[in-house]
Ligand binder design. Structure first.
Ligand code: KG4
Ligand code: ZN
Length: 348
C-alpha cells in the first residue's frame, strides 16, 4: 500500500510516500520537508496566520516533488494520511483540505493522524536492529518536541497510556527559550546544543527539576530562570556562554534520563523509543542508550531528520491504520487539542 503523508501542524510543511510492501527504511520511498524557520525568525516565534499561508504556497509543489522523487504517478497512491491535530488550526486545515480533496479525487481512503502518534511510531520506520529486531510493544516512548514532553506506555499500536508529562514548558521550548535569553537566534534548540559542545562539563550546574520526588511529570520552566540568573551574573564571554549551554543541556538530558529509567520500571520493560525534535539531540541519544543498555535493554530513535516534524512519520502512522481498515469520512476535520489516549487501537 502506497500512502502519501502530509504534515502541516506547525511551521514545517512535510510530504512523504511510504510503501508498506517494502521492508524497513526502504518503505520510505521519498520525503521532503520545507521549513518556515526563516519566515518566522524575525518575530522570534511562529506566527500562526503566516504559517497557514506558507503551507498553502508550498504544499502542492512539495507533493509534486515528492511523487517525482518516489517515481510515482499520483494515480498510483492507495491512500492519503494527514496530520489532523494537535497543532495550529489554520495550518492543520491546509493539510487536511489538500489531503481530503486529493483522496476524494483519486477515490482512495484518507486518514487523519495524531501528530504525536506520528512522532511515537517514527522509530519503527527505521531498519530493524540486526540483533534485537524492531522494537515491539510493550515499550515506553519518550516524546520530546517543541510543544510536548510526554512519557507514554505503549501497550500496542494505538494503545497508549500517558505516564507523565510536563507541567509547564516542553523540553524543546525550554531549549528555545534558554537559547533566546542568551541571545541565540530562533529556533535556538539546535544552536544551543551545538554551543554546548564547546562548553566545559560541570562549569555550571543547574538542578534536575522534580527528580528528588517520585512521579513521572516534568517541569522545565524553573531551569530557564536559573540560567537567566547565571547568565546575568556572569562575564558573558563566549566560553561562559558555551559553559552555561553545556550546564543547561546536561540538566535537561539527566532529568529526562532519570525519568525514563523510572518510566521503564513503572511499565516493567527495558525498551524505550524516543522521538520529537529534541530526540535529535546527540547527548540525549547517547545518555538514553547508556541508561537502557545498563539495564539490559535498549533505546531506539529515528534518524535525526525524522525526529523533527516531517511527512514520513505521518505517512507511516497513517499507513498502519489504513492497512488495518481504518479511515475517516469525507469531512475536513481537525482537532487542535487532542488526547492521544483517546485513539482507537489498531488491532485488538
Ligand atoms: O518535533 P518538532 O520538530 O516540532 C514540534 O512538534 O514541536 O520539535 C522542535 C523542537 C524545537 O524546540 C527545537 O529547538 C528542538 O525540537 N530541537 C532540539 C534539537 N533539534 C531540535 N533541541 C535540542 N537539541 C537538538 N539537537
Ligand atoms: Zn512535532
Amino acid at each position: 500500500m502506497k500512502v502519501l503523508g502530509i504534515e502541516s501542524s506547525c511551521d514545517e510543511t512535510g510530504v512523504a510516500v511510504f510503501d508498506t510492501a517494502l521492508a524497513g527504511a526502504a518503505g520510505l520511498r521519498a520525503h521532503a520537508v520545507y521549513s518556515q524557520v526563516a519566515l518566522h525568525a524575525e518575530y522570534g516565534g511562529v506566527v500562526p496566520e503566516l504559517a497557514s499561508r506558507d503551507h498553502v504556497r508550498k504544499l502542492l509543489p512539495l507533493v509534486r516533488q515528492t511523487l517525482a522523487e518516489a517515481g510515482l504517478g499520483v494515480g498510483e497512491l492507495d491512500g492519503v494520511a494527514y496530520t489532523a491535530g494537535p497543532g495550529l488550526v489554520g495550518a492543520l486545515l491546509v493539510g487536511a483540505g489538500v489531503a481530503r480533496s486529493l483522496a476524494w479525487a483519486l477515490d482512495v481512503p484518507a486518514i487523519g493522524v495524531h501528530h504525536m502518534e506520528g512522532h511515537l511510531l517514527a522509530p519503527l520506520m527505521e531498519d530493524p536492529d540486526p540483533v534485537h529486531g524492531a522494537p515491539e510493544p510493550p515499550f515506553v516512548a519518550l516524546l520530546v518536541s517543541g510543544g510536548h514532553t510526554q512519557l507514554v506506555a505503549v501497550d500496542g499500536i494505538g494503545r497508549y497510556r500517558l505516564l507523565g508529562e510536563t507541567l509547564d514548558d516542553a523540553a524543546g521550548e525550554a531549549f528555545d527559550k534558554t537559547a533566546k535569553l542568551m541571545g541565540l537566534p530562533y529556533p535556538g534548540g539546535p544552536q544551543l546544543a551545538a554551543l554546548a559542545e564547546q562548553g566545559t562539563p560541570g562549569a555550571f550546574r543547574f538542578s534536575r527539576p522534580m527528580t528528588d520526588r517520585p512521579g513521572l511529570d516534568f517541569s522545565f520552566s524553573g531551569l530557564k530562570t536559573q540560567v537567566l540568573l547565571a547568565w546575568q551574573q556572569s562575564d558573558q564571554s563566549p566560553q561562559t556562554k558555551a559553559d552555561i549551554a553545556r550546564g543547561f543541556e546536561d540538566a535537561v538530558v539527566e532529568t529526562l534520563a532519570i525519568k525514563c529509567g523510572r518510566a521503564l520500571d513503572a511499565a516493567g520493560c527495558d525498551v524505550i523509543v524516543v522521538s520529537g525534535g529534541v530526540g535529535a539531540n546527540k547527548r540525549l541519544r547517547a545518555r538514553l542508550q547508556d541508561m537502557a543498555s545498563k539495564r539490559g535493554g535498549r533505546a531506539c530513535f529515528p534518524r535525526p531528520s525524522l525526529c523533527t516534524d516531517n511527512g514520513a512519520m505521518i505517512a507511516f502512522a497513517g499507513a498502519l491504520r489504513l492497512q488495518a481498515g481504518q479511515h475517516d469520512d469525507a469531512a475536513v476535520h481537525v482537532t487542535p487539542r487532542w488526547d492521544m489516549a483517546s485513539l482507537p487501537p489498531v488491532a485488538a
